[in-house]
Design a protein around this ligand. Structure first.
Ligand code: EPZ
Length: 413
């Protein structure tokens, strides 16, 4: 149970080193199930979602060894997880489906949990597995999949990140060629393809709407370092745009953050890029129009942190959340801090430019929690963010320490 206490302070100054991405690490952990050899990740981020995923792998018979920042994953033996309980932990638990089915010809998962940001079904994951030849049955809350996989053409109604990743992993050991149409183009999908190819897979076209996978007999071990976290970097950019300051983000990859950086520059901040990172300077000055879209559009994970920037920037800003049906859980909490926000379905209208007031607020999900910490940086008085479920630690490595190193007054009680 974490409570974060935030006080307003001087503009942010200094530098931060961006950690490896949660949303790149989780599929890579799942990919280790595709081989009896060892997959090594030299720098695995210390996140509770990573911890949960590793516990799930151990429940499937894999071994996970931590040596400092490095992690070695070996799924020599593999059996479906006995207990369904731990699969509710993270949405990413659905990602063991594809690898397990490809390796064993059988997989059993429970309907995964995840944030409260929407129903988040896995129908497209299951559509892909069925297309590859799996027989899918649901029984007592479990989903069972049986079958020897063979290559197929799969059309995704939505460019789902998880479905793309799951089907791509399953297809690496299928008999023949698989084509995924309307695939997600996120950098984390490309990173997973790099990991799979390092393991001996034949994946082409990751990062485009059409991914082609030529099945192989088996995959072998490899060493793969997941890409830096563009959402952590983006969150810190929003902190600077809201609280002001001049910060340097090492390891950030601006080429993977184009939509966010353009919107921040349009709103009046200054962004400069250099090999190995970026620098962001100055508060936002003008209101913004934000529409979340699949990559390379504006990331839905950046919607809550960016809304804090809109709250403290004079003018009327409009946000349209097109990806998840319930991703404005931070709005009632921001309103408690004095923000002026109106929500109609998937549209939020923000009258910005008023000082926020410190308050006791609740953390409803991962990105909303981070946004509330950012709001506290600019609010008059003390803000306490109650994070009973530990959402923030699921996706950020000690975010309070990163912000404090930039001069923010944030502490974990
Ligand atoms: C990934 O979730 C990320 N998580 C999310 O980050 C991110 O918000 C999301 O992609 C969108 O970019 C991980 O990578 C672990 P989707 P995922 O499948 O794969 C619908 C964070 O804060 N959908 O692209 O679950 C779904 O309901 C998290 O780090 C179906 O309808 O996202 C949603 O509305 C939050 N059927 C939309 O598609 C399906 O079978 C996008 O979901 C699958 C998805």
């Amino acid at each position: 149970m974490a409570i974060f206490e935030v006080e307003p302070g001087a503009p942010l100054m200094g530098e931060a080193v961006i950690h490896p991405a949660k949303n790149a690490a989780l599929p890579v952990i799942a990919a280790s199930l595709l081989t009896a050899d060892t997959l090594v990740v030299p720098d695995m981020p210390d996140l509770t979602d990573v911890q949960s995923m590793c516990e799930l792998l151990v429940a499937c018979g894999a071994t996970v060894e931590r040596d400092g920042a490095s992690m070695a994953l070996s799924a020599r033996q593999l059996t479906p997880p006995a207990s369904a309980a731990m699969m509710r932990w993270t949405r990413a638990s659905a990602l063991i489906m594809g690898p397990m089915l490809a390796r064993l010809g059988y997989a059993r998962i429970t309907m995964p949990g995840g944030c409260a940001i929407g129903q988040r079904p896995i129908d497209l994951h299951l559509k892909g597995m069925a297309a590859l030849g799996a027989e899918v049955t649901t029984r007592q809350g479990f989903i069972e999949l049986h079958g020897t996989l063979r290559g197929a053409v799969v059309y995704l109604d939505l460019p789902s990140v998880g479905a793309t990743e799951n089907i791509m992993m399953a297809a690496t050991l299928a008999d023949g060629v698989t084509r995924i149409e309307n695939a997600a183009k996120e950098p984390e999908v490309v990173d997973l393809a790099h990991c799979l190819n390092a393991m001996g897979a034949l994946v082409h076209g990751a990062g485009t709407a059409t991914i082609v996978v030529r099945g192989v007999e088996s995959l072998h071990g490899a060493t793969h370092q997941p890409i830096p976290d563009r959402i952590e970097a983006g969150t810190l950019c929003c902190a600077a745009a809201a609280a002001g300051g001049n910060i340097l983000l090492r390891n950030a990859r601006p080429e993977q953050m184009r939509a966010l950086l353009f919107k921040l520059q349009e709103s009046g901040t200054t962004v400069s890029e250099f090999p190995g990172g970026l620098r962001i300077r100055g508060k936002a000055k003008w209101p913004m129009e934000i529409r979340t879209l699949s990559y390379p559009g504006f990331p839905t994970d950046m919607q809550a942190p960016m809304m804090v920037v809109a709250c403290v920037t004079p003018g009327t800003s409009v946000f349209l959340e097109t990806i998840f049906e319930n991703r404005f859980m931070h709005v009632p909490e921001l309103i408690r801090m004095g923000a002026s926000i109106r929500v109609e379905d998937r549209v939020a209208v923000i009258e910005g430019g008023y000082r926020l007031q410190g308050a006791d607020v609740r953390c409803p999900d991962l990105r909303s929690g981070a946004a509330l910490l950012l709001a506290g940086l600019t609010a008059d008085g003390i803000t306490r963010v109650e994070d009973g479920a530990g959402h923030i630690d699921r996706g950020y490595v000690r975010l309070e320490e990163t912000l404090s190193a930039l001069g923010a007054k944030v502490r974990r009680l």
